[in-house]
Design a protein around this ligand. Structure first.
Ligand code: UDX
Length: 435
């Protein structure tokens, strides 16, 4: 079975590398030459633990190839995974331009052949897209009938920073197939997995993806609202979360209060589902609240700094952690941008620190960023933690006292255990800790 993966971003390269590891013949396709040359040289185009090893395994075994020649490889494939981006438009609606372009390319590529092919949408697309956009364009462009073109929607549930493990050990596999051909091909591809495999139609598969992400995002905003109450009523929300998490219906996961959710998925997916609902005259109050609570969280750590430092003007504040979460170099929708913007509006001298994401963040924010912790902390009046990198968890109190003008730590991610700084001279406050 020859498989092509169109789009070598987070989802595409992880999908391609893990399928190659499972023994399939994979060609990763992308229009960006530098991505393809990186992969062919065994260099991962993204920072993702364990991915570069899989890419090198695939190249060594001959299972993994990469190319910019989309039409040639699509025409020779039995299965094509669509893994292109679906960013947000200004109004929050989904931008399907890349999905439409790739659908046209697939249609053109298979126009002059009768060879069976299965097209699998893995990109996150709003309900009805696979049937009413992808399938429609492919059949129109190719002039082919449904009997030789299988169409399916197979969402991914990859978390950045643990994407390889999530791909190799998924909680579940959802197969939204419209025909036996695509069902048979996908059952073969996923036959090595022991997790539950769920069969449904494409729109249900699309809705499972959006519903799962929106539910997780709503859970985070709900937890943040509770944590803000705990701050006011002087209790530690982590204790509340511990008690909540003992209820299996709630589960212990995703109960971490903080400066809010970022990333390339939650903000985009919640906005897209909300817009799709509104466009069809449906209510979206829960999605509205999820986003509005999330927008307010970054302000909390800036207010904490103001309470401790008094006047923020001309103070030097370091934001520790620029990636939207630990173990990734991705800064998309990182809450650090919101924090930095609010500090700059108060004429604060802002320095950014991150072990992996300084380049991308500096380019987009315009502030000075460094991966040198000492340099970042020297003479700082305050440190605000936005990403719970392990590197920060090992910081010793005396390190801060020796370097900072005023050893003040405002923790936006509950990076440190309660009491870690007690009696050390470091003033420590955190979202959801109470005072
Ligand atoms: C998410 C979903 O988890 C994944 O299933 C989907 O496929 C893609 O979107 P990702 O965005 O990579 O994955 O990271 P995730 O670990 O979910 O974190 C998203 C954001 O929520 C981060 O900014 C993180 O800091 C924040 N978060 C997460 C919290 O604030 N509290 C939590 O308890 C968990």
């Amino acid at each position: 079975m020859r498989i092509s993966v169109i789009g070598s971003g987070y989802v595409g390269i992880v999908t391609g590398a893990t399928l190659a590891e499972a023994g399939f013949k994979i060609t990763c396709l992308d229009i960006l030459e530098e991505k393809i040359s990186d992969i062919k040289r065994g260099i991962s185009p993204i920072y993702e633990p364990g991915l570069e090893r899989l890419i090198r395994n695939g190249l060594d075994s001959g299972n993994l190839n990469a190319s910019t020649e989309l039409e040639k490889h699509i025409a020779n494939s039995d299965v094509v995974f669509v893994c292109v981006g679906t960013p947000s438009n200004e109004d929050g609606s989904i931008d399907l331009q890349y999905i439409e372009n790739v659908s046209k390319t697939i249609g053109k590529s298979i126009k002059d052949s009768e060879k069976d092919i299965v097209v699998v949408v893995k990109s996150t697309v709003v309900p009805l897209t696979t049937e009413e956009t992808v399938q429609k364009i492919i059949l129109e462009e190719s002039g082919r009938g449904r009997e030789t073109v299988g169409i399916a929607m197979n969402p991914e549930f990859l978390r950045e920073g643990s994407a390889v493990d999530d791909a190799l050990n998924p909680d579940r596999i959802v197969l939204g197939c419209t025909d036996e051909k695509s069902k048979a091909a996908l059952m073969k591809i996923y036959e090595g997995h022991t997790c539950p495999i769920m069969h449904c139609d494409p729109r249900t598969a699309e809705m499972i993806k959006y519903s799962s992400n929106s539910f997780l995002a709503a859970k985070i905003s709900f937890v943040n609202e509770l944590a803000n109450m705990c701050d006011k009523w002087n209790m530690d929300f982590e204790m509340v979360a511990e008690g909540m998490g003992m209820d299996s219906r709630i589960s212990k996961q995703f109960l971490r209060a903080g400066v809010g959710f970022g990333g390339s998925c939650f903000p985009k997916d919640v906005k897209a589902l909300r817009r799709a609902a509104k466009n069809d005259g449906l209510g979206s109050e829960m999605l509205d609240a999820t986003l509005s609570v999330n927008e307010k969280q970054p302000e909390i750590v800036v207010n904490m700094a103001r309470e401790i430092l008094g006047e923020l003007k001309n103070k030097r504040i370091v934001v520790l952690g620029l990636a939207f979460k630990a173990d990734t170099d991705d800064v998309r929708e990182s809450r650090a941008f919101n924090i930095v913007e609010k500090l700059k509006n108060e004429n604060v001298e802002v320095i950014g620190h991150d072990p992996q994401a300084t380049e991308a963040f500096a380019e987009e924010s315009g502030i000075t960023c460094t991966d040198d912790l000492e340099e970042a902390l020297r003479d700082a009046d305050c440190a605000i933690i936005q990403t719970e990198w392990n590197e920060y968890k090992s910081i010793k109190p005396e390190f801060l006292c020796n370097l900072m003008k005023k050893p003040v730590v405002i923790d936006g991610r509950r990076t440190f255990d309660n009491g870690y700084f007690a009696g050390t001279g470091v003033e420590y406050v955190a979202i959801g800790l109470g005072n």
